[in-house]
Structure formats: C-alpha cells, structure tokens
Design a protein around this ligand. Structure first.
Ligand code: ADP
Ligand code: MG
Length: 206
C-alpha cells in the first residue's frame, strides 16, 4: 500500500467513524460516559482535514501525523491510546515507500505494546486490546501460511469480532467502564468495537 492508497483508506476510516458515531456513543453510554463515537469522530474529522497536506510524505509519516492529530484533538482516553497506536505503526514503517504485510505486523505489535504501556493495560481487561491482540495473531498466522494479504486480514477481522464478543463476557478493569465492575458484564466494549470497524475497512480496501 502506497501513500495515495493509505490516504484514501484513512478517508474511508474517517467516514466510517462518522457514520458509526451514534452507535459507538450508545455503546459507551451503557458502560462509560457516552462519548466514544463523538471523541473518535472529532479526532478523525481533524485527521481528514490534514490528509491533503500529506500526499508527498511516506506512509510511515502519514500514520505518525494521524497519531499526533488524534492525541492532540481527542479528549477521552481513546485519543491518546489510538494516537499512540498510529504513531507506533508509523514508526515501524520509516523509510518505506510502500506498506508490506511483515512491516505492518511489526508496527501492529509496536502499537499494541505502546497502548499497553500508555494504558497500563493488558488483554482480558475489556478494552480495545481484546480485539487488537487476537487480530494481530490471526493476521500473522494466516500470512505465514500462504502469504495472502486479503485472506490474512479477513482472518484478522474475524478474530477481532470474536474479541468484541469476548468483551461481553468479562468485567472491565481499566477505563471508565471499570467503575461498573461486574455490572459491565454483558456489554461489548466500545473501543474493541471501533477498532474492529477500522480493521474491517482495511480488509475491504485490500
Ligand atoms: P473515555 O473512556 O475517556 O471516555 P472513550 O470513551 O473515547 O474515552 O474510549 C473508551 C475506550 O477506550 C474503551 O472502550 C476502551 O476500549 C479504551 N480504553 C480505556 N481505557 C483503556 C486502557 N487503560 N487501556 C486500553 N484501552 C482503554
Ligand atoms: Mg467515553
């Protein structure tokens, strides 16, 4: 994927976030403070405004800029966390004119570790990580089998969706949803849901 394709992809992600704003906010209403969709739509709206100025950058720098914009424009926890993720992904792609699957996987791992560090969180705490970690593993496993990017991302999306289902079965121990404790069981995590939506857009674009 080159810069032009990446920018087109980021526009589609921004459009999807805007489209799902009410749904994501509704999910956050149940176990959080009802702003996840609003937060992401604000952040990706700002990202969208900057994309035109990034056309001559390499993909890694586009992703870093996306991350910095999210960190600086989203007030909620998800802004700094997603922002860190995009910045780490971008850092792993330094000097590359195209994004290849192995570099993406390295960057994805860096993103997961960056989010874990910044959020002081790990898997099984009912967060975006519960979709990200299995998705990364599934993409890696599928890719190492037959080196088919389309199939690998389809496997990643399926694993992320299972991760969202899994978040329904556990209590939140991080973020605002943790204030509900056991009462958060039965409800899906907004961040795991928004991540899965974004990955689905990537899968469709391939
Ligand atoms: P806030 O919680 O500040 O209102 P958002 O509503 O935008 O921010 O985002 C909530 C989402 O952020 C959660 O659904 C969860 O996936 C994710 N999240 C919150 N805290 C953490 C954390 N410490 N580590 C990882 N993800 C987290
Ligand atoms: Mg919230």
């Amino acid at each position: 994927m080159n810069t032009q394709q990446l920018i087109a992809l980021m526009r589609r992600i921004a459009a999807k976030v805007e489209e799902e704003k009410a749904f994501l906010t509704e999910l956050d209403n149940v176990i959080g403070d009802g702003d996840h969709g609003i937060n992401l739509a604000r952040g990706f709206g700002e990202v969208e405004k900057k994309l035109d100025t990034l056309a001559d950058k390499e993909p890694g720098d586009v992703l870093k800029s996306v991350g910095m914009t999210l960190v600086s424009t989203v007030g909620g926890a998800s802004g700094p966390l997603y922002g860190t993720g995009f910045m780490k992904l971008g850092a792993a792609l330094k000097g590359k004119a195209d994004i290849a699957v192995p570099d993406f996987l390295e960057g994805f791992q860096g993103a997961i570790e960056g989010i874990m560090q910044r959020g002081r969180s790990t898997k099984g705490e009912k967060t975006m990580l519960d979709a990200m970690i299995p998705a990364k593993q599934a993409i890696e496993d599928s890719w190492s089998g037959d080196h088919n990017a389309k199939a690998a991302f389809a496997a990643g999306v399926a694993a992320a969706k299972e991760g969202v289902e899994y978040t329904k079965t556990i209590a939140a121990t991080k973020g605002r949803a943790s204030y509900l404790g056991e009462r958060s069981i039965g409800h899906q995590d907004p961040g795991a849901t928004s991540f899965t939506m974004m990955l689905e857009i990537v899968g469709d674009a391939l």
